[in-house]
Write a protein that binds this ligand. Structure first.
Ligand SMILES: [Zn+2]
Length: 587
């Protein structure tokens, strides 16, 4: 059974530094009672290899573990805590401060400085639970603010490692104000596109959690770490239900969309380093056209199969590659981020960053969980949380000037009163709005089923491609048959009139290009399908990413203002109108 982290933590803290005393070699794990003696794994990571319990690391251990050797240079080392309020039992507070200082060798609960992580320069903020429970008093707030300002001025990434258990009540309302101070400064990082990553260790609660770490671009949690504004004890007191031990942990917050990933400590440095690399990368795909080898072949759409029902079957084929399948093949160093930081994490929306052709891109993919018995997952029906998750990625793309690639494959939005309650229509509208105003290049590809309002926000991009055997529809053929004939079985008869194939969409002027698939459909040769897709996305990207930000936005706005205007369908409609008017005039 999972340990009750909250109770365990309290019992550990009451044993007066027992963790450090007891967990020397020759000791046993406080959780599983297994021996930790001679465990190199424990020595390196402070993690029990038997039960995976992540023990608290002090600030110095953290710094040695996360920064590249001999690169850490501490800042503001001599800033000491005072007793600003001369707290009634001030001797106790002063005594506590000097006791913690003596024991930890620190002057405060925050240690800050500049280092390199995986070769990338970073400003480090590390809190130490051993010093006043890592709480945010005036000095901690000031050191955090100074560190964030240094990150801003030097234009280097900021990484914060949080272990903070509560509030510095001895500093009263001055302690409370540190939340506003750190948030004010953290806001600056947004304006300059500076990466900010927080790691939540056990525990990450109180004023600290409810301030600067929550504004990070990426929030990683350690397994089992207690995370939340309140400790589990307080949450339990306020709750009418009996809460499980897992309530208010990293895993709980991941499920509820508040953090991006739970990463085990041995993989944390590598993950942070990869994210820093991706978000600091300055390489762009450049366009090199060799005229002699340039293909002049154009897809002759007349020669493509446009049998609608065949295409519908292929678009929904059980083995048709999904967004995750393509991402796995065309994106390297992919870091998936989770959640909408509001309510939940929609598993049918995959978001993250990775390299495409050596350049960092932001990705959004609608993922059908084809074998799931759950209808919503199986058909990738997008929830309000899913749309908010997309919006987070749009904001990330904007902040770091990354191209945004979307892969569309959903039968439609998740309908029902629960979705309405959580703002389905609002999230659709605001996603469209953010997509149209994104200040970086964007390319969308319909890879399977482009279902109405779930697909639309994701295709509000500079370029829209469509795989040969994909469909884009305002209503599914079954839905249309139900409306017209009250019989979904007549879907095949209705499909043709809906104009849902790639050829139809191309002729309607909705998409820019049809991407060919291997013979019989992408499921027949997934590697080849991915290779062609990657080539086409890179080609489109290389053509638009040299455009200035303003032009990217204005061209996108123009495109959707005038959508359909120049298509053959609209030409015919206008021609009919003109003819009608001419006849009127003649009379
Ligand atoms: Zn253990």
């Amino acid at each position: 059974m999972a340990p009750n982290l909250s109770d365990l933590l309290i019992s550990i803290s009451r044993r007066k530094n027992l963790v450090n005393q007891r967990l020397d070699f020759g000791d046993v794990c406080l959780v599983c009672d297994k021996s930790l003696s001679e465990s190199m794994f424990f020595k390196q990571y402070h993690v029990c290899e038997h039960c995976n319990f992540h023990y608290t690391m002090d600030a110095r251990q953290r710094i040695n573990w996360i920064s590249d050797p001999d690169t850490f240079q501490e800042s503001d080392k001599l800033v000491y805590s005072a007793d600003p309020l001369e707290f009634k039992t001030r001797l106790t507070y002063k005594k506590k401060l000097s006791g913690d200082s003596e024991r930890t060798g620190l002057t405060e609960a925050a240690v800050t400085g500049v280092c390199e992580i995986g070769g990338v320069p970073a400003q480090l903020i590390v809190l130490d639970f051993g010093f006043m429970g890592g709480s945010m008093g005036c000095v901690v707030g000031e050191k955090v603010a100074l560190a964030l300002e240094r990150s801003y001025k030097k234009k280097i990434a900021c990484v914060a490692v949080i272990t903070s258990g509560g509030n510095r009540f001895q500093e009263g309302v001055l302690s409370l104000m540190q939340m506003a101070k750190t948030v004010t400064v953290a806001n600056q990082l947004k304006t300059k596109g500076i990466p900010f990553i927080s790691i939540l260790s056990n525990p990450s609660t109180g004023h600290t959690f409810a301030s600067f770490p929550n504004l990070s671009d990426i929030i990683l949690g350690e397994p089992g770490a207690m995370v939340g504004l309140q400790s589990l004890q307080v949450v339990r007191k306020e709750s009418l239900d009996v809460l499980p031990d897992s309530a208010n942990t990293s895993e709980f917050h991941l499920k509820h969309g508040m953090i991006d990933a739970v990463v085990e400590r041995p993989k944390l440095k590598e993950t942070v380093s990869n994210i820093l690399d991706l978000l600091s990368s300055e390489y762009k795909i450049s366009r090199k056209v060799n005229r002699s080898t340039r293909s002049t072949r154009k897809v002759s759409i007349n020669k493509l199969n446009n049998n609608v029902w065949d295409i519908v079957q292929i678009a929904r084929h059980d083995s048709r590659p999904t967004a995750r399948g393509y991402i796995g093949k065309i994106i390297t160093n992919f870091v998936e981020v989770h959640g909408d930081r509001y309510y939940g994490d929609d598993p049918t929306i995959i978001t993250g960053v990775g390299y495409l052709g050596g350049q960092t891109v932001a990705i959004v993919g609608q993922e059908k969980h084809k074998t799931s018995p759950n209808e919503t997952l199986k058909n990738a029906k997008t929830t309000p949380e899913g749309f908010r998750k997309v919006q987070r990625m749009v904001e990330l793309a904007s902040k770091f000037s990354l191209p945004l690639i979307t892969l569309v494959d959903s039968s439609g939005p998740k309908l029902g009163i629960d979705s309405e309650e959580r703002g389905l229509a609002n999230t659709i509208a605001t996603t469209i709005s953010k997509m149209v105003n994104l200040e970086s290049p964007s390319v969308s590809v319909i890879i399977g089923e482009g279902g109405s309002e779930a697909a639309l926000p994701l295709i509000v991009t500079n370029k829209t491609l469509m795989l040969q055997n994909s469909i884009l529809s305002v209503v599914s053929p079954e839905g249309a048959a139900e409306m017209i004939f009250q019989d979904p079985k007549k879907a095949k008869d209705v499909a043709e009139s809906l104009k849902i194939t790639a050829i139809d969409c191309y002729e309607l002027g909705i998409i820019d290009k049809i991407v060919l698939e291997p013979s019989g459909g992408s499921h027949n040769n997934i590697d080849d399908a991915a290779r062609i897709l990657s080539r086409e996305i890179i080609k489109e990207l290389s053509m638009i990413q040299s455009l200035p930000k303003r032009k990217l936005v204005s061209e996108r706005q123009k495109r959707f203002r005038n959508v359909g205007e120049y298509s053959s369908y609209f030409k015919q409609a206008i021609y009919n109108e003109v003819r009608y008017l001419k006849e009127l005039v003649k009379r």
